[in-house]
Design a binder for this molecule. Structure first.
Ligand code: TXA
Ligand code: MG
Length: 340
């Protein structure tokens, strides 16, 4: 199969593929999603196969309107969910809700009595879903374990030959996956941090828990995706929490092997290093969020690179979303001054 780059003006072609039960990757404001008809069990099966995704990790159903959710979700949660939908959607916010009995297949929900819903902020994809009239499942369109794709080229790098095509809408605006909030529990709980922050959610809901569930391999986790290795490039990522340590860390690691730098322009400009060993995270935290996965993928394509020194951020809000992804890609390895 040759996976096609589909123009966003040619949604009819994407719909034809989806009708046939094929896979079409779609753009969103966060990352590209691997789309399939959420009501077609065989099509959803192909999503797991193409990604190499463990089958107990449930999928988000992407909708083009809040109304579409209530064909599947338990209406007794409507009041609370509507508060979030009204305030944020379309947005990088995924809402977990109990579903009506047998409303979605087991391979969408992972056998749970709840399901994840999101209305993404991307016009082409909203038009696609509205025309298709059914939700699309959409995990990030990467090979399982690799950084999520933020361009159509990333999608084709991982999935060429495994999907019918990808709708091209250029680079994603935000760059990390949506915030996931669980409304099926007594106190709404953030299962994955993202661009919509704890503070944003508290403002609407009052009480919110942000305890991230830490799970071991053999427990049944609350957000099943959280137990798997994520975003891991081939090189070892080392987080530099204090930009003042970059010099010393570079001197140390470059002795052991080729070392790349993933940092903002103000850090990179101090290094007289081959340009190809520097990947710019732009000028601030927002651009860093947008460029993080792209940068990890950039170094993944350079076999010689053994270490990636990546800029860390402190603080709440979107810094939390950034550090959540960076910590996973680094296996929690942070640079400690003076420690060899
Ligand atoms: O921004 C995003 O959310 C992107 C774009 C494409 O929309 N999608 C995405 O999907 O990141 P995925 O499959 O990579 O991540 C979905 C997360 C997983 O950690 C999964 O375990 C969790 O949501 N999840 C899905 N259904 C759930 C449920 N019923 N209960 C708890 N967690 C759930
Ligand atoms: Mg993913």
């Amino acid at each position: 199969m040759n996976s096609e780059l589909i123009s966003k003006d040619n949604l009819d072609l994407a719909i034809k593929f989806l009708d046939e039960g094929q896979l079409v990757a779609f753009p969103t404001e966060t990352v590209y999603g691997l789309g399939a008809d959420a009501t077609n069990v065989e099509a959803v099966k192909k999503v797991y196969q193409a990604k190499g995704r463990p089958s107990d990790n449930p999928l988000i159903s992407h909708v083009s309107s809040p109304e579409m959710v209530w064909n599947y979700a338990d209406p007794s949660y409507k009041e609370q969910a509507t508060k979030l939908m009204k305030k944020f959607w379309p947005a990088p916010l995924t809402i977990i809700l109990p579903i009506q009995k047998d409303a979605l297949s087991k391979n969408v929900t992972g056998g749970l009595s709840t399901a994840a819903f999101r209305m993404p902020d991307n016009q082409a994809t909203l038009d696609l879903i509205a025309k298709f009239k059914k939700p699309l499942v959409g995990p990030s369109a990467n090979t399982s374990g690799k950084p999520s794709p933020t361009t159509p080229q990333h999608v084709l790098h991982d999935l060429q030959g495994k999907i019918a095509g990808v709708i091209d809408d250029g680079p994603c605006k935000i760059g990390v996956e949506s915030t996931v909030i669980d409304l099926s529990v007594d106190i709404p709980t953030i299962l994955r941090p993202g661009f919509i922050t704890y503070g944003d959610l508290v403002e609407v809901l009052g009480q919110v828990s942000s305890d991230h569930h830490k799970v071991s391999q053999d427990e049944v986790p609350k957000a099943p995706g959280m137990k798997y290795k994520h975003y891991a490039p081939n090189a070892q990522v080392i987080i530099i929490d204090d930009v003042a340590d970059f010099d010393e860390a570079y001197a140390e690691f470059s002795k052991k092997g080729t070392t790349g730098l993933l940092a903002t322009d103000s850090v990179l400009k101090n290094f007289s290093l081959a340009d190809e060993l520097k990947y710019s995270l732009g000028k601030n935290l927002a651009t860093s969020l947008k460029e993080l996965f792209s940068g990890l993928r950039y170094f993944d394509n350079m076999e010689a690179v053994k270490f990636i020194l990546a800029q860390g951020y402190s603080g709440d809000g979107i810094a939390g979303a950034y550090m959540n992804r960076l910590n996973k890609s680094a296996g929690q390895v942070h640079y400690k001054k003076g420690e060899k």
